[in-house]
Design a protein around this ligand. Structure first.
Ligand SMILES: [Mg+2]
Length: 305
């Protein structure tokens, strides 16, 4: 059975500016065996070209833009499919502007159909403009629901979800959030795995380090969800979630032998076997997309994407 892989980046392939041990060999194995795979990120700021260069500098070569799918590309796919010829007012950066442009979605600062919110610092002037557009009837769309994003082990920055929340508060309108864990992100990514050059995979595995986005989206999309412990989630917290990963790995390097065909895939673990301590007592940890955790003390940054 040919397996296709959707792979989160931050916390799975690298953390900050360091590769996670075994990640380079894993990607080499995917490339060498012609295994279908796609890097899946909620970060709407970079273009696929930017991401290929970033991984090259980190020591992973042989990748091209077609190996990446961002929430910005997902947003552009969504709009071009559901509302051809729509217009948008954008709060975002190069990756989002490029993705929308490639789908021939026009910018409109007067009476757009949508205000599209992505990563990036929005000036008060642009926020006010977006607010006015929404008051004139524009619908509010965010590339992803992440309220904050990691910058380093000790530092975060506001994410697209936080900017969208500002506009939700000012306008009284609710945003629609694309990106992980939205099923549309997973559905389009699965479709890309089977595009020319790749055989359609028999099954699809999402590999990620974040329960709320990677594993939740996999479960809701009928994929296998493999949690790696090299990023934001610690083993003792897994039992706090209603949805559970199919497998838990230390790093993606644990899958290299399977991809090369020199090890049998392990049977997915039953959720009950995953965590000996299902209630860790750590409820209230601040999650990227969990507004209920908003008023809890801010812990050391842990969530990545
Ligand atoms: Mg991650």
């Amino acid at each position: 059975m040919k397996t296709g892989y959707l792979i989160d980046m931050d916390g799975v392939i690298y953390r900050e500016n360091s590769l996670i041990p075994g990640a380079a060999d894993f990607v080499d194995a995917l490339l060498g065996t012609g295994t279908p795979f796609l890097f899946l990120t909620n970060n709407s700021a970079p273009t696929p070209e930017d991401l290929a260069v970033r991984l090259k500098h980190l020591g992973i070569g042989g990748l091209s833009p077609r190996h990446f799918y961002t929430s910005a590309m997902n947003t552009a796919d969504f709009l071009s499919e559901t509302h051809p010829n729509c217009t948008v007012f954008v709060l975002g950066e190069g990756g989002l502007l490029t993705a929308l442009n490639q789908q021939r979605i026009a910018n409109d600062a007067i009476r757009p159909d949508y205000v599209v919110v992505g990563e990036g610092s929005a000036s008060m002037e642009k926020l006010a403009k977006a607010h006015e557009c929404i008051e004139r009837g524009a619908r509010l769309l965010a590339t992803n629901p992440d309220n904050w994003c990691p910058v380093s082990a000790e530092k975060t920055r506001p994410g697209a979800g936080a900017t969208a929340a500002y506009l939700e508060a000012s306008s009284g309108r609710r945003a629609y959030y694309l990106g992980k864990p939205n099923g549309y992100m997973f559905q389009r990514a699965r479709r890309r795995l089977g595009e020319p050059g790749n055989r359609t995979p028999e099954q699809v595995v999402m590999i990620g380090d974040t329960m709320e986005t990677d594993i939740r989206g996999a479960v809701e999309s009928g994929m296998l969800g493999y949690l790696v412990l090299s990023g934001s989630t610690q083993l003792e917290h897994v039992g706090d979630y209603v949805y559970q990963p199919s497998r838990i790995l230390d790093t993606v390097g644990d899958l290299t032998a399977e991809v090369l065909g020199i090890a049998d895939p392990k049977e997915p673990q039953a959720p009950g076997q995953l965590n000996p301590s299902p209630h860790s007592g750590r409820l209230g940890t601040r999650h990227q997309t969990d507004i209920l955790a908003f008023h809890t003390p801010r812990p050391r940054p842990a969530m990545t994407k």
